[in-house]
Design a protein around this ligand. Structure first.
Ligand code: XBP
Ligand code: MG
Length: 261
């Protein structure tokens, strides 16, 4: 493969795995219960709350409209911290139990990158502990060796849609933005990558299945399917999934297709 594509920068929540609906949301509800709070987030409400990036920030946003949340800002912050901490512990248990698997086609593409020398990084606003729990459960104990850089929520001052997570990843990898491709699932994630001039591919997740997304070089339903992509994929020499060659071809043609809506 002769290509300018040197590194894939992976979002985690929604892109590597459908962590939101069946992981973080469930863990938040368990944490509310464990702390004696009557609050519960249904599937639809949690989808609305995903407009706010960051679990603690999301909780504070929800508390702002609740009459039964603490009134004093310091008490509200302390409760949000306690719930979020408990949520993350419970999230770790959920993923360790094998309840959240990688989206189909993800492991194959990661393997292909490893064997063909395309560098890998994680660019997420969730915590390092949450990333570790998910990837250890799904890739095994040597998961960290797969990635040259892990940029997580605690590494940035501003979470996505701020581009900081991407600018830090570029610095750590010592590559230019146009040598990379970000993989994302949400409008906020796309905005973060675009803000750092990194071209983006979108694999639509459950919560952002129909969200308006602008500025991606390719959008499709998932890496396990060759149908439903814009730009459309040609026959892939017998491949039944999206391959690294497909990504390299979209990347090569990025100027022709970057106006994609
Ligand atoms: C992910 C997030 C995170 C997760 C929960 O966004 O917004 O907040 O929902 O993780 P992205 P934390 O996929 O764009 O990185 O509770 O650790 O924040
Ligand atoms: Mg995401």
């Amino acid at each position: 493969m002769s290509s300018n594509l040197k590194a894939l920068l992976w979002d985690v929540d929604g892109t590597l795995a459908e962590t939101e609906r069946d992981g973080h949301r469930i863990a938040f509800n368990q944490a509310f219960d464990a702390l004696g709070l009557p609050w519960r987030w249904g599937v639809l409400r949690y989808g609305e709350l995903l407009a706010v990036t960051g679990g603690r920030e999301r909780l504070l946003h929800d508390m702002a409209r609740r009459s039964d949340a603490p009134i004093l800002p310091a008490e509200r912050e302390a409760l949000a911290r306690a719930v979020h901490q408990r949520k993350n512990a419970l999230y770790g248990e959920i993923v360790q139990a094998g309840s959240v698997t990688l989206r189909p086609g993800v492991a194959e593409l990661l393997e292909e990158c490893r064997s063909r020398g395309v560098r890998l990084a994680i660019t997420t606003t969730t915590s390092r502990a949450n990333v570790e729990a998910l990837l250890r459960a799904n890739l095994g104990p040597s998961w960290a060796a797969w990635f040259e850089a892990l940029v997580c929520g605690e590494d940035v001052r501003a979470k996505k849609p701020d581009p900081e997570v991407y600018t830090i990843a570029l610095q750590r990898l010592r590559v230019g933005p146009l040598q990379c491709l970000a993989l994302e699932d949400s409008p906020g994630g796309v905005a973060a990558a675009r803000g750092a001039d990194v071209p983006v591919l979108v694999t639509r997740s459950a919560y952002f299945a129909t969200a308006p997304i602008e500025g991606a070089i390719a959008i499709g339903p998932g890496l396990d399917s060759r149908v439903g992509w814009h730009p459309a994929l040609a026959d892939g020499d017998g491949a039944d999934r999206v391959t690294l060659d497909d990504l390299a071809e979209w990347h090569r043609r990025m100027d022709e297709v970057s106006a994609l809506g």
